[in-house]
Design a protein around this ligand. Structure first.
Ligand code: AVJ
Length: 327
């Protein structure tokens, strides 16, 4: 039998991915309320917009966490003995791990980076390579969190410090977060560590400024999802007929992002073979960012098989970095 040429198999893979994307989009848009998973926000432009958001004065998560990592990196570094490794889920541009390792004093540490985005992995490798004196050996895993955790080498010397930063945990609803924490725990051994970044509850005013900023970057980040559906699935969203909305859902302790329909309208997504009508004001729910009280972080994580060792809080930005030991 003839083997497919590399070019042909590459096209096939993209075609499969595109079909799965179309199926997911159709599935989530048919739910009530209509929604789209927030992981779809991060195409090339979406990732660039998120990086820009991290520089906004109103969005303090990234800067606050970087400062906590610098201030307490030495203390966090104490968990490593000779030959330990650090694993980061969703490494972004690598600057958080770089800040930690610059202060942790663990020369020769092995780093495993897990991210879906090849671009993010490439940027992180570059960021860490710039820290030449630290002699970090980097392995990248272009994979989902789950597959990445499963593909870690079993013969690396302990301990492992698993870093899940940036309040990415906040994108999971509570049952999803609990399940994901158990998954992380299953990839660790007793005496390994989890370093978790979590954004804290703050005033509604501050929360809404962070997710609906006066410069309009977050609105662009949100609407870019429609642009992406137009480009990749031949959808016909009119971007000027949607408005970005941020809502603080106090009962659920989450900020929600929505795209609200300005007027009634019909939308067609050709490659998903899906046509639907939006009523005036009806929204597509694009993201949840859960916010926590400091002790709620502990209550969320410990039942998954961890013991809290330390929690560092930036009171001004209301952000917590918490270190857990696997029990
Ligand atoms: C990267 C998921 C943590 O929820 O704060 C930023 C993404 N959304 N502005 C967050 C985001 C709107 C961010 N996370």
């Amino acid at each position: 039998m003839k083997r497919p040429t590399p070019a042909a198999s590459l096209t096939l893979r993209n075609e499969t991915e595109r079909r799965e994307f179309a199926q997911d989009v159709r599935f989530y848009l048919q739910l009530n309320p209509r929604q789209l998973p927030s992981r779809f926000l991060y195409d090339t432009l979406g990732s660039a917009l998120f990086d820009a958001i991290c520089h906004l004065p109103w969005y303090r998560i990234t800067r606050s966490e970087l400062q906590l990592l610098r201030d307490h990196g030495a203390e966090i570094g104490h968990v490593f003995r000779q030959g330990g490794r650090v694993v980061e889920l969703g490494c972004g541009n690598g600057e958080k791990l770089a800040a930690l390792l610059m202060h942790a004093d663990v020369p020769g540490v092995r780093a495993h980076l897990i991210d879906l985005s090849e671009a993010a992995l490439g940027r992180s490798v570059q960021t860490l390579a710039a820290l030449q004196d630290l002699d970090i050996s980097v392995t990248t895993h272009q994979a989902t969190y789950e597959d990445g955790l499963l593909s870690l080498p079993a013969d690396d010397a302990p301990p492992t410090l698993l870093a899940f930063l940036g309040s990415n945990i906040g994108n999971f609803d509570p049952p999803g977060a609990a399940a994901f924490l158990r998954l992380m725990r299953a990839a660790l051994r007793p005496r390994d560590y989890l370093l978790l970044g979590a954004d804290l509850v703050k005033s509604e005013r501050d929360l809404l400024l962070a997710y609906d900023d006066p410069l309009g970057l977050t609105a662009a980040f949100d609407k870019n999802l429609l642009l992406r559906l137009n480009a990749e699935l031949n959808a016909n969203f009119h971007l000027d007929r949607f408005a970005h909305r941020a809502v603080w859902n106090r009962e659920a302790s989450r900020v929600e992002m929505h795209l609200a329909s300005l007027g009634a309208q019909e939308v067609f997504i050709e490659d998903a073979d899906f046509r639907f009508t939006l009523e005036d004001g009806e929204t597509i729910w694009t993201e949840s960012s859960y916010k926590y009280e400091p002790q709620a972080v502990r209550q969320l994580v410990e039942p998954a098989g961890f013991v809290q060792r330390h929690q560092w809080i930036d009171e001004r930005a209301r952000f917590a970095l918490t270190l857990f030991e696997a029990a």
